[in-house]
Write a new protein. Structure first.
Length: 273
């Protein structure tokens, strides 16, 4: 007789791959993540099945408190430096370029003990290990919200912003899925640090889009320290808006739009699948 956890289809005798705990320990020992009012340690999660992490972190904001979350989320340590890198090198430069202001918040999700795509059977999701982030929307400083569900095929500026940050995430994460990758990711970006066979990375869908931001010329965005607050959410004291060219070590004009009937805007994702 095979015994399963009826609620989520998880086998009780599953074990976490050893590299997961090793990656957490290495991250914690490196001191890359600082404990603050926005990042707090929590008790280890062990199960059901292989779900969990040895040293969960409860997070209410990223990037030194400058990018808040609508609700507190749980992550394993390695995800936080990766998310902060993506925000500094892709999200904020793109927000400044397209909207003249930074992002101040994300609507996002993280830990959930479940299988991939919420299926009853099959492999566990990276969310089951606190090793993934789902992003549904970005909130700008002026309160404007850009959702993946509407913005991906919405106004041109929103479309291009979302494509810039999507492509930027492929330089940081091992798995990136968005609208067009499959029926499950039509309304959000899935970003994780899974270890795929052969060290390969996955970035889907492949986009016919030429980025306006050159990663070799972008200076990572550094927020001003957030104002002190008793509420565990980021209310940043943001620096004044800078002209778009201030993001670069040297000015770079936006790439021209293709002429009607011309070749589509394409990007080489460097072998990502």
């Amino acid at each position: 007789m095979v015994l399963t956890v009826a609620g989520c289809g998880l086998f009780r005798w599953e074990k976490r791959a050893p590299w997961r705990d090793d990656a957490e320990r290495e991250c914690l020992a490196s001191k890359q993540v600082k404990i603050t009012e926005y990042v707090e340690p929590a008790r280890g999660i062990d199960g059901p099945g292989a779900c969990g992490m040895i040293a969960p972190l409860k997070v209410t904001a990223f990037a030194e408190g400058s990018v808040g979350l609508q609700s507190r989320q749980t992550f394993a340590c390695p995800m936080l430096p990766a998310i902060d890198k993506w925000i500094a090198e892709s999200v904020q430069p793109a927000a400044m370029f397209y909207f003249g202001q930074p992002v101040k918040g994300l609507k996002a999700g993280s830990y959930a003990c479940r299988n991939q795509n919420h299926a009853y059977g099959g492999p566990l999701s990276e969310h089951a290990f606190g090793n993934a982030l789902d992003v549904m929307a970005f909130e700008l400083t002026d309160g404007r919200t850009i959702t993946i569900a509407k913005g991906w095929r919405g106004q041109l500026r929103e479309q291009e912003f979302l494509r810039e940050v999507f492509i930027g995430s492929c330089r940081v994460f091992a798995t990136v899925l968005g609208p067009g990758a499959d029926p499950y990711h039509y309304d959000h970006f899935h970003l994780d640090l899974a270890r795929h066979a052969g060290g390969r990375t996955i970035c889907k869908p492949v986009l016919k889009f030429m980025p306006n931001l050159d990663p070799a010329k972008i200076r990572p965005y550094r927020p001003s320290p957030p104002a002190a607050t008793s509420v565990p959410m980021a209310q940043p004291n943001l620096r004044p808006v800078q002209p778009a060219q201030g993001l670069y070590s040297s000015p770079m004009a936006p790439l021209p739009m293709p002429a009607p009937g011309g070749a589509p805007r394409t990007i080489d994702l460097g072998g990502l699948y």
